[in-house]
Design a protein around this ligand. Structure first.
Ligand SMILES: Cc1ncc(COP(=O)(O)O)c(C=O)c1O
Length: 399
């Protein structure tokens, strides 16, 4: 049987780990990871089944609990994040919901930044309070507001940084410190930064969540999610919650995501280089009134970006001169860039947050987090950057 382990005495780079971590070959010695598309596992004897269930034999029991292919994806993510433990979920929202619900009970309190992806905001603003867990929403960049929001029963803080879609950046280290002084855990949605460009656990966060649907798949094929943290968090809170409620990742999707991880570093690097060039082009265009890109020196938190991210990322947010009509005109005139609400895809995507991802917020709530009718979000893909700039340039003539 072929060897399937990495050298233990060497510090390997992310790019190497992403290709080889958790290789587990079957008796056939296959090069590409096998896919174990099975819901259950057979036992040789009744006694063997009993031993599996009472924990004497650590093998697989049922794919709602764990599965060899899902486990490969989880191990690759754990190594990339530098986490002690982690569990995969069926989608990013399953990861966010589980990370929050698994650790609170009636009477607890949660604080979150108000600039959140619409569904994440639903979880903290609407869902948790329905079960007796009130939440306070704060301006994530104002540390005094975090301090003031803390109550004796505060159990968790929740942020995404950079934020969706306006790319504000919050100080993970400082917010983690306030959370810990309050006896609470900090949960970070790291989707926009990707695990390549930002490592929240190293900055003091306790739990990191991903929509693996985005850059981790990177080709718009599957939904998936991941929650990562300490062994204690996973075993005390997450493990049983996921096992008993069942938002499990399918082995097929886990296989797709594990293969996606093999090219993640390369894709993020290329998309980021293109995003930086496009941001510079758009910033100089007379029909673009404001632009936010984490890698530009004019980003309002440029120093913080330098401190906690290793690059500017793959997303650009901007406002066209005008309102909804002009934003729609630009979108409708694009030919290479597609109109969609996903991000992190090989295909570049333009999104109008006010009418899609953040439609459920009132106009006032949207404005409070910087989303107006002229706001557009561009997720830069893997097309040649010159073709993307030409597409934008042609479309902007229609505005
Ligand atoms: C920041 C952020 N968090 C969470 C999610 C939810 O992920 P999913 O669609 O995989 O459930 C998304 C996107 O949909 C997102 O952009």
């Amino acid at each position: 049987m072929a060897r399937a382990s990495l050298p233990k005495d060497r510090q390997l780079h992310d790019a190497t780990r992403l290709v080889h971590e958790a290789e587990a070959r079957s008796g056939y010695g296959e090069m590409s990871e096998a896919m174990f598309l099975t819901s259950g596992f057979a036992y040789e004897t009744m006694e063997a089944a009993e031993a599996r269930f009472d924990g004497r034999d650590p093998g697989f029991i049922y794919s709602r609990f764990s599965n060899p292919t899902v486990s490969t994806f989880e191990k690759r993510m754990i190594a990339l994040e530098g986490a002690e433990a982690g569990r995969a979920t069926a989608s990013g929202m399953a990861a966010v919901t589980a990370a929050m619900l698994c650790q609170v009970k009636t009477g607890d309190h949660v604080v979150a930044a108000k600039a959140l992806f619409g569904s994440c905001r639903y979880v903290v603003e609407d869902l948790l309070p329905r079960f007796g867990v009130p939440s306070t929403l704060v301006d994530g960049g104002d540390l005094d507001q975090w301090r003031a929001a803390v109550r004796p029963n505060t159990k968790a803080f929740f942020i995404e940084t950079p934020t969706n879609p306006t790319l504000e950046v919050y100080d993970i280290e400082a917010i983690a410190k306030i959370a810990h002084e309050a006896g609470a855990l900090l949960v970070v949605d790291n989707v926009f930064a990707t695990p390549i460009l930002q490592k929240p656990l190293k900055l003091g966060a306790d739990v990191v969540v991903y929509s693996a649907t985005k850059h981790i798949d990177g080709q718009g094929r599957t939904l998936g999610g991941m929650v990562l943290g300490s062994e204690k968090f996973v075993m005390d809170h997450l493990h049983t919650f996921l096992r008993q409620t069942g938002p499990s990742l399918s082995p097929f999707n886990a296989w797709t995501l594990a293969k996606g991880l093999e090219t993640l570093a390369l894709r993020v690097e290329r998309m980021q280089a293109s995003a930086a060039a496009i941001a510079d082009y758009l910033a100089a265009h007379p029909k673009i009134t404001t632009l936010s890109y984490c890698g530009r020196p004019d980003h309002p938190q440029a120093a913080l970006v330098k401190k906690q991210m290793s690059g500017g990322g793959t997303l650009v947010a901007f406002r066209v001169d005008g309102g909804k009509q002009e934003a729609f005109r630009l979108g409708n005139a694009l030919e290479v860039v597609k109109i969609s609400n996903n991000l992190g895809d090989a295909k570049s995507i333009l999104t109008h947050p006010a009418t899609t991802t953040h439609q459920r917020l009132s106009p006032a709530d949207r404005e409070a987090v910087g989303i107006v009718d002229a706001t557009l979000r561009l997720s830069v893909g893997l097309e040649h950057v010159d073709d993307l700039i030409e597409d934008l340039d042609t479309a902007l003539k229609a505005v």
